[in-house]
Structures are given as structure tokens and as C-alpha cells.
Design a binder for this molecule. Structure first.
Ligand code: SF4
Length: 172
């Protein structure tokens, strides 16, 4: 089996930061790769493997990825070309797992959801809607279910900021 890439691709509405525009890339994959999640959970950097929905988030080349059965969402791109280039890295990663699957011990451990209020306390609570949710509480609820990347809120778009570290610690 070889990973067949994507059939569709869109750049989501940008979140605006002072002086910079950052896009999320949303790829529709040709293959259902959910059977690989337990292997990704074993080898990827900083994985969070969710039960419901069946999805896994992890870091690849410094970028946070949210992977669904047939969908990949990655944030933090300046333009379309950089997103396409990143997809090549993702394909290599997936094909590497397919090739070496027999030598990887799968990790079935799933993440236990964090209480929504624990996340909410760390959010700006301004209800600014830049993340696409109408309130910070709705964003917190989506975050604990793995339905969105924390980077959709501009406060957490810098991966090395103190706020991002605090929020990430909840998921580790
Ligand atoms: S979570 Fe962040 S982006 Fe979303 S409404 Fe709250 S402050 Fe705004």
C-alpha cells in the first residue's frame, strides 16, 4: 500500500495577527488512513490520540497536524505553496509508517478528555470569534474533543509562547 495523496485542498479563512496573515490548510485525503493512527501515536512527536471523534493530533516539522480518517488540517501557513510543500513532508511521513509498520509497536493509548472549564480558564475569554466559534467556551468544548487545533485562537498561534505551553501541558 502507498499513500495516494489528496483529492481536494483549501486554505481556510485567515486569522489576522498584527502585521501577518496565517492560514490553515485543509486537505481531503484519497485514502482512509485511520488504521495507521495507532502507529502514528507510537512514533510521532507530541501525539494526542482522541476517542471521539477518531482523530489524532501531532507535530511534524514543527507544525501541529490534526489528522482525521480522510482529512488533514494544518495551521500556520503564509501561503498556498508552503502548504503544498508541507504536504510532501506529510506524505513521506505516512509512507514511512506504511513501509515500517511491521517494526513499529502500535500505541493504543487514547487521550482522556479534559474538563472544558480547565481549558476555558486559559483562554482570553474575549469572545472575539477569530477562531470561527462564537464564544471562547464553544472553542474550549471543541478543543477538548479534538475537533480544532489550539492555533486557531491567535493567542496560541506562537508554539513557544508561555500561554501555548500552559495549554499544551493540559493535553500531555
Ligand atoms: S478562543 Fe480565542 S479566537 Fe476564539 S473567541 Fe476566544 S479569544 Fe477569540
Amino acid at each position: 500500500m502507498t499513500f495516494q495523496g489528496f483529492s481536494d485542498f483549501k486554505m481556510e479563512s485567515p486569522a489576522c495577527h498584527p502585521g501577518v496573515v496565517v492560514y490553515s490548510a485543509d486537505f481531503t485525503l484519497n485514502d482512509d488512513i485511520s488504521a495507521l493512527f495507532q502507529y502514528i501515536n507510537a512514533v510521532a512527536e507530541d501525539p494526542v490520540y482522541f476517542e471521539m471523534p477518531d482523530t489524532i493530533q501531532f507535530k511534524l516539522k514543527g507544525r501541529r497536524c490534526a489528522l482525521y480518517a480522510k482529512r488533514l488540517v494544518v495551521g500556520g501557513f503564509e501561503n498556498r505553496d508552503s502548504a503544498i510543500l508541507f504536504f510532501e513532508t506529510f506524505s513521506e511521513f505516512i509512507n514511512g509508517i506504511i513501509k515500517n509498520r511491521d517494526t513499529i509497536t502500535p500505541n493504543h493509548k487514547r487521550y482522556k478528555p479534559i474538563p472544558v472549564m480547565d481549558i476555558f480558564k486559559l483562554l482570553p475569554r474575549s469572545n472575539c470569534r477569530e477562531c470561527g466559534f462564537t464564544t471562547c467556551l464553544a472553542f474550549a468544548a471543541a478543543l477538548t474533543k479534538g475537533e480544532v487545533l489550539m492555533e486557531k485562537c491567535p493567542t496560541f498561534s506562537e508554539t513557544d509562547s508561555a500561554k501555548t505551553t500552559q495549554l499544551r501541558a493540559l493535553f500531555s
